[in-house]
Design a protein around this ligand. Structure first.
Ligand code: FE
Length: 203
């Protein structure tokens, strides 16, 4: 049934269009019907416990990463497009937030001397970010994960990690894993779409 799926590019195009006008919470959290088939509605960003939880940075963070949207030239692997919003707890989009992403290659190895599979994006006026990258490999002691830092000017940096729902067994075995940080993963015709909306606590 692969030929019934949209490409990653088509999914991102629809998502961008569906959220690019009428900036209200309802638009942010209710994708258009076609998109909804592929990307079901995400959890609400409201509520007292809604802020995205922080997690350890781990040993492999490198500061001063380059601005980079497309990591795919950096390494071979299964394509994944990572999309989502940065919002505050009232579901308002946070523009100009820095989303700094780093992760292992398909063999579970980090580039600790350069900036392969490391880079940041800044959210647009509607709080959106998009990365093109590959699915990270496993390395001993951890389940599959992305590392992320969300920096909003004037606020504390949120450091956290994102997880894959398909790795249920490895997730259970990982003491750092937290299900609140599971991405929504959908299949496109040419790879995966990973979706996560970060909710930041603005002081
Ligand atoms: Fe890691």
């Amino acid at each position: 049934m692969t030929d019934h799926l949209m490409t990653r590019r088509q999914v991102v195009g629809r998502w961008m269009a569906a959220t690019s006008f009428g900036i209200t919470a309802s638009v942010l959290w209710k994708p258009d019907p076609i998109q909804a088939q592929l990307l079901p509605e995400t959890p609400s960003c409201g509520g007292d416990d809604a802020a995205t939880i922080s997690q350890t940075e781990g040993p492999y963070y490198t500061p001063h990463t380059p601005q980079k949207r497309n990591f795919r030239p950096d390494a071979q692997g299964e394509a994944i497009t990572l999309i989502g919003f940065v919002t505050d707890k009232r579901c308002q989009p946070v523009a100009n937030a820095t989303v700094d992403l780093w992760h292992a290659d398909a063999h579970g190895v980090y580039d600790n001397s350069g900036y392969k599979l490391r880079g940041y994006q800044t959210t647009d006026a509607q709080g959106r970010y998009v990365f093109e990258t590959i699915v990270p490999g496993l390395y001993p002691g951890r389940t599959r994960h992305f590392h992320v830092k969300i920096a909003v000017p004037g606020q504390r940096v949120l450091t956290t990690q994102l997880y894959f729902p398909d790795d249920a067994r490895a997730n259970r075995a990982d003491g750092i894993f937290d299900r609140r940080l599971l991405m929504r993963i959908d299949n496109a015709s040419d790879g995966k779409i990973g979706r996560y909306n970060f909710v930041v606590n603005l002081a």
